[in-house]
Design a binder for this molecule. Structure first.
Ligand code: SF4
Ligand code: SF4
Length: 167
């Protein structure tokens, strides 16, 4: 079986399923939770130390992080600490029709709450219109903000960033 990540830098849906990256549907429907899309055993562990709930564990520095979805409260604090930009938070309970998706963002100008945007998937393809609902700039790295956008629920697991809407 091939490794899509090694060839494209982007995880395929099949790899995400195979490595058990997604929390269960039941957990997703309970509230915000992190999704850690890190499947390569590299010497890296800032995510483990950034979580105040101690929800992320690794068996050794060069293993893959494991999330305890029962401990995770979806606070987004781990997102900017990941040098691989591999952590996202999805909240399927944001509203009746929308989910929120939080992700690291390093482009200028920094979007503002209320901005209308295009939600894009892991490959940068536009998937739906959305809007910015939160901008966290109180991160340790001054280049990285954590953006939270609201998007239609059915594409929340595919959306991983945004680009400005073309009018
Ligand atoms: S979202 Fe918050 S609680 Fe969940 S793993 Fe990240 S830092 Fe921990
Ligand atoms: S900080 Fe990011 S890249 Fe490093 S182990 Fe954690 S999830 Fe993977």
């Amino acid at each position: 079986m091939g490794n899509h990540l090694a060839h494209s830098g982007v995880l395929s849906e099949e790899e995400l399923e195979r490595y058990g990256v997604y929390p269960s549907k039941e957990r997703l429907n309970e509230g915000p939770v992190a999704i850690i899309e890190c499947i390569q055993a590299i010497p890296c562990d800032p995510c483990v130390h950034s979580c105040p709930q101690k929800a992320i564990a690794m068996e050794g520095l060069s293993s893959v992080p494991k999330l305890d979805v029962g401990k995770c409260i979806g606070c987004t604090l781990c997102i900017p600490d990941c040098p691989g930009q591999a952590i996202f938070v999805v909240d399927m309970t944001y509203s009746k029709d929308e989910a929120s998706v939080s992700f690291p963002y390093e482009f200028l100008p920094i979007p503002k709450v209320g901005d209308r945007i295009e939600a894009v998937d892991r490959e940068g393809k536009p998937r739906a219109k959305g809007r910015v609902i939160r901008v966290r700039s109180d991160t340790k790295t001054d280049r990285t903000v954590v953006l939270t956008i609201a998007v239609p629920k059915d594409i929340a697991l595919e959306v991983r960033s945004m680009r400005r809407s073309r009018r």
